[in-house]
Design a protein around this ligand. Structure first.
Ligand SMILES: [Zn+2]
Length: 504
């Protein structure tokens, strides 16, 4: 947000008002970290197709299109439209979209799938919000959305209550980790480390189970940062730490403390602390690091930060610290917010994708097995814009890191409830022709070994989520609430938050 100029803002409209409620967003949605692109030709084609198939099938079933899209058949219809637009990438049939019983049976069979989403966000109630409110007011002033003009704006949809609903009720997610992002400006932390710890305490206290994990953000080079790590370890007991190598991702213009993972002087004392702390809590051996999301437009604006955004520093750190696990958020995927086509072109031309390919090569290059890829914005960004790119990235990560080193994360609720992303992975298959050409392995069934590993088994291992803990989720208060919600609720909201570019 802060990095967007008034000009940028004037071109934006809030996603909720300009998008129709498709089960899969019809345009790239900004997670506030980049300037989104206008709809591409393919996305326009997808929008037309999903509207057409939605209207047709909704009428057959005596529903409004909006109501139809909240059903399982409606979700299936959206994937049919994806295949018609981008080629056969998703396992779905027209029959499923046209037959509610069939779609419901499939959804019911998968509903219990164990899913740990270790990359989620909501925003604090106070100062950070003001910036968002100002942005939305600017959008209103610019006249893009008449509903915003002269109307006080709030972002309730990005706050806890709606977060809880979208993660635990609107999606099949069973366990989530609340993450965050720090800033040089203390007001601009998404959530303070205390707020993240409190959210975890509250949710788990109510559920009586372990429904939520929590990050603490570390900011290397900031005055007193290591003492803060000590304090957080002692007072907040985070499940793991997360850092941003570009220093300040929210306010990149303020970034004065970028860092590298393999900076021995700066970072190794921190790793030492984690190794020690992991003796009493093994999940603290997981070092979570934001990488990527640095498209050409951002690179032009912040050329000095790009060497911190890529993954050049991961290999040596991983080799020097075999006791730790380096979980690279977004798997270093660079091409967000409208640059997805650049990513696809790069792949077609060179067989590489910045910096996912570089990440995937680290285990072989450095002889390490402690590097993990979080999927983060990968599905949110590439499903919507160029699903073949998504298939290629999954193929490379499985080959390079291994299916047992890829972990599920969605960056929800930036792009609404994560169910569409869950469905995208369940249904995604690398087309046979791509498998042959690049030596990719098939991803297999929605609940087959590869996808189950990605959805939860790998994180369960990293965070010591035992079978006993898992069994406890089946009938806790959240499970009961979801059963009632499914029976009586209004269904998914299908709203994508953030900003889209209406293509003025
Ligand atoms: Zn994130």
């Amino acid at each position: 947000m802060s990095m967007m100029t008034d000009e940028d803002l004037a071109r934006l409209a809030p996603a909720e008002s300009s998008l129709f409620a498709s089960p899969i967003p019809v345009q790239s949605v900004s997670s506030d970290e980049f300037m989104p692109a206008p709809q591409t030709e393919r996305q326009r084609e997808f929008e037309a197709r999903v509207k057409a198939i939605g209207s047709e099938l909704a009428e057959h079933q005596g529903l409004s299109r909006r109501a139809f899209f909240k059903t399982s058949a409606g979700m299936a219809a959206a994937f049919v439209a994806m295949n018609d637009t981008f080629g056969p990438l998703y396992m779905v049939s027209r029959a499923e979209a046209a037959t509610p019983e069939m779609a419901n049976a499939r959804a019911a069979a998968l509903k219990g799938q164990f899913i740990m989403d270790m990359h989620t966000h909501f925003l604090r109630d106070d100062t950070r919000l003001e910036g968002f409110v100002r942005s939305r007011e600017a959008v209103g002033k610019a006249g893009w959305n008449p509903a915003l003009v002269g109307k006080p704006q709030t972002l309730e949809d990005l706050k806890f209550a709606n977060y809880f609903k979208e993660i635990y009720l609107d999606s099949d997610t069973k366990v989530a980790l609340i993450s965050g992002s720090g800033s040089e400006d203390p007001r601009d932390w998404f959530l303070t480390n205390e707020m993240k710890a409190d959210a975890r305490t509250n949710v788990n206290k109510q559920s009586g189970t372990k429904r939520m994990f929590s990050h603490a953000i570390f900011m290397p080079g900031m005055p007193g940062w290591l003492e803060k790590v000590d304090r957080d370890l002692e007072m907040l007991k985070p499940d793991s730490f997360k850092g941003y190598t570009v220093g300040d991702n929210t306010n990149k213009h303020l970034a004065r403390h970028p860092w590298h993972l393999d900076d021995e002087k700066l970072m190794y004392p921190f790793y030492e602390k984690l190794v020690k702390a992991s003796k009493s809590n093994p999940s603290l051996a997981n070092v979570c690091v934001h990488k990527g999301l640095f498209p050409p437009s951002t690179t032009r604006q912040f050329p000095d930060l790009v060497k911190y955004a890529d993954v050049r520093d991961v290999g040596k750190a991983a080799k020097d610290w075999p006791q730790l696990n380096f979980v690279i958020y977004h798997s270093g995927f660079r091409f967000t917010g409208g640059a997805q086509n650049t990513g696809w072109e790069q792949f077609e031309k060179t067989g590489r994708i910045d910096w996912v390919t570089d990440l995937a090569e680290i285990p072989a290059k450095y002889g390490v097995n402690n590097v993990y890829g979080d999927l983060g914005q990968i599905f949110a960004q590439s499903t919507v814009a160029e699903p073949r790119l998504c298939a290629a990235m999954l193929g490379q990560l499985v080959n390079g890191l291994g299916a047992d080193r890829i972990v599920w994360g969605t960056d929800a609720v930036w792009t609404g409830a994560p169910q569409w992303q869950i469905e995208a992975l369940r249904r995604l298959e690398i087309p046979e022709e791509m498998q042959k050409r690049y030596g990719f392995k098939p991803l297999g069934a929605p609940d087959g070994p590869v996808k189950n590993a990605i959805f939860a088994e790998n994180s369960a291992r990293l965070y010591r989520f035992t079978q006993g803990m898992r069994a406890g989720l089946e009938n806790d208060i959240v499970a009961r609430a979801k059963r009632i919600y499914d029976e009586q609720g209004d269904g998914r909201t299908n709203l994508a938050y953030g900003y889209v570019n209406p293509g003025a």
